[in-house]
Design a protein. Sequence first.
Lengths: 307, 289
Amino acid sequence: METIGKPLKRRSRIHSSEQRVAYICLIPAFLGLIFLTYAPLVGVLGISLTNWTGLKSPEFVGFDNYVKLFTTDPYIKDSIIATIYFAFLSVAGSMIYSLFIAMLLNRKIPARGFFRAVFYVPFVLPAVAIYVGWSWLYEANFGFFNYLLSEVGLNKILFIADSRYVVPSLSLIAVWLAGNLIVIFLAGLQNVPSVYHEAAEMDGANGWKRFRHITLPCMTPIIFYNLLMSLIANLQVVTPALALTNGGPGNSSRFMTYLMYDQAFVNYKLGYACATTFIIFAILAAFTAVLFKTSNRWIFSEGGDDK
Amino acid sequence: MSEAAYGRLKSKKRSERTANVITLVVVLFFAVLVLFPIWWIFRTSLMTNAEIYRFPPSLLPADWLFSNYEKTLKVFKFWKYLWNTMVIIVPSCLAGTFTATLCGYAFARLRFRGKQLIWALCIGSMLLPAMVTLIPLYIGWTRGLGLHDSYLPLILPYFCGGGAFNIFLIRQFILSIPRELDQAATIDGAGYFRILFSIIMPAIKPAMIVVALFIFIGLWNDLLQQMIYINSSDKYTIALGLTNFRGQLKQEWSLTMAATCLSFAPGVLFYLIGQKYFVEGITMTGMKN
């Protein structure tokens, strides 16, 4: 951070050429920030106040779209519930799974690099292919999971075709995909100073105590990072709905981003869809803010001089 | 070392070895679980329809019907889809990596007016979820610039720094390179661009490869944007082609799984080639914060 915020005193000719070079280098970033980020953000707000359908010119309707969304929209409530349900299961599942696997891989076992590669494989496969492939595993009559259920004497489940099971079924795929989290956790675990463990062991701390009082506190910054990234990603979930379920059965997998897609690109209610977008944005921002707000309570920093 | 202490050490070693064996067994179990769905998909792609529906299902196909792939390729235009996907991915990766490097260099090394503000705007955009800007961007590209059924709305954003996250990554990496290197070059009379190209870029090659890989994975996994910008079937990418193929052949599971496996293949191939960088890169994102 040392270069940020240094006052630009005594600007000589060299500095003016330095400044010119900097602005040239930053042209792409300027274009991106203006046209791809902040102007569209203002645009969402602006369009959300109109009744634009893309056919005739838009009329200003004030907060009508928002009022409609909160009072008469048949989907938005189910959509928010489905999204949060999915995000909760996926984030919790993938955090526990990936931390557990990373801790196993952090032990001295043979072929560690090979195993790390194996757990990472799902992450490099194209998302659509993964969902199509898993839809066969979840198939109602001959799918692998139903074979397992019949082996243990249980009734068949429709999985992604049953409104009760579709979200947990899709979450299981999301957990399976979490190989990137394993790699990040593993790198974090390798950075936990081994002297702590050795000292604790001498004092007679058992495995669980060492995990609870050394590993976990040292890992909190990385846990926070993984939690934040996977929460933001999972709250924006859309691909499984687009590729497999079309939001169904019923509205059980009509995730928020899918709802927005449906309003804008299937029904061409652009103004209405922008209002939805803004609500989704507010929900995402609220989750992110809560995570940041509570973070200083549980993130452990060594010596407290990180900032 | 006393006899007793030696004994304790020995028994500790032994218990540690037992623990490691248990760990290995558990890891092996989970590794099999992770790979199993992929195997199940692959084995289905080599079976006849009758065999797929047989009960109980077998782990291996009776005879390996690679002819399923020939049948699939007649409908599922894999090579064309792969080519189309690459037409989007290759320029995006190159442009995104290059422009992210330029911007990261400016933020890491150069002094200029408004740096704090621009940097704050950049970091702020990192927290902005991508779906928020989707509709205005769609309107801008199609209505504003008339780019219907075109790859350009998917590619051109990568000419603008490749996203704040990638700029951030490059900047952090450049900050970790000793400044003395630049200073020495300045004394030798090298300009800022010269320093960037002949000193900084070679030093941050791993970070640049990582950025390219991230852009690759992002486009590789995308369906939503490709769906809204691409209409005609001869422009389909792998993601669009597979979604469409599945819709056409709902019950032909062996062919659908063959198409799925074909779509897996390039990702696995790239991964095997660039495994070191994939792992290094993912690690870097977690550590550089």
